[in-house]
Design a protein around this ligand. Structure first.
Ligand SMILES: NC(=O)c1ccc[n+]([C@@H]2O[C@H](COP(=O)([O-])OP(=O)(O)OC[C@H]3O[C@@H](n4cnc5c(N)ncnc54)[C@H](OP(=O)(O)O)[C@@H]3O)[C@@H](O)[C@H]2O)c1
Length: 212
């Protein structure tokens, strides 16, 4: 399967690498695909992936992943030819946060996931992976157990596809929270996780569900 990733930053590169290792073909994308900062990623990935423009990645991907800072996500989505994203699953991993006066969510009474779905009414947006740091997005490995990954979205089939993609990235405990409005929960969980990490001085943590 072909995956297009909007973004070639920390998340774009890590997910791109993980997906190539899992057997997918991947295009990640940047404002400047030929910039030397992408050379080592391209070299490591070889034939199964490349760095391209946003439009090219969107045209290529059967499933899309939006891995861009909140500050530019809307502009990038609006710059892409609408036909390239139409009827596609778009995974949103973004977090809209303020860093001034302590870490806070930027959005009230809505969420990044809901806004991405509003911006792409003809795509099926699935929120996931925003609750963990890029370093543990692929094959999370904790000696205390298996962390939980949440998904939310309006379309059942898209969530089935994303669940399968998450399994291929090494996630075994996946919980469907419901429709895209539940991305509010996921964005709050991210904040709670970052605050917990800071308080417990334990970077690279993730929440798990303890079961009897
Ligand atoms: N990093 C994490 O641990 C983590 C974890 C969970 C969720 N997230 C979320 O994932 C998203 C991506 O995070 P990241 O850490 O990968 O970000 P990042 O490393 O800063 O990646 C930035 C990407 O966005 C592009 N970009 C930056 N400004 C742009 C602009 N004005 N117009 C177009 N493209 C622009 C960059 O393009 P160029 O290549 O052209 O410079 C780069 O490809 C964010 O929403 C973040 O909240 C991050």
């Amino acid at each position: 399967m072909k995956i297009g990733i909007l973004g070639a930053g920390n998340v774009g590169k890590i997910l791109g690498k993980g997906l190539v290792k899992a057997g997918y073909r991947v295009l990640i994308s940047s404002q400047d695909p030929h910039h030397p900062k992408h050379f080592s990623w391209k070299q490591e990935i070889g034939e199964s992936g490349d760095v391209t423009s946003f439009d090219e990645a969107a045209q290529f991907g059967e499933i899309m992943i939006a891995a861009l800072p909140w500050s530019c996500l809307k502009d990038v989505l609006e710059s892409i030819h609408p036909a390239y994203l139409k009827n596609k699953t778009v995974v949103d991993v973004s977090n809209a946060v303020h860093f001034d006066n302590g870490l806070r969510l930027l959005l009230d009474n809505t969420s990044a996931g809901e806004i991405v779905q509003e911006l792409l009414p003809e795509s099926q947006v699935v929120k996931t992976l925003n609750t963990v740091s890029d370093k543990i997005m692929i094959h999370p490995n904790f000696k205390e157990g298996s962390p939980v990954m949440f998904i939310s979205g309006n379309d059942h089939t898209s969530k089935v596809h994303v669940r399968s993609l998450l399994k291929d990235l090494g996630w075994s405990t996946i919980v469907d929270l419901g429709d895209i409005r539940q991305s509010r929960l996921q964005e709050s969980i991210m904040l709670a996780c970052v605050i917990s990490e800071n308080q417990l001085q334990s970077p690279g943590s993730a929440f798990a569900l303890l079961r009897n």
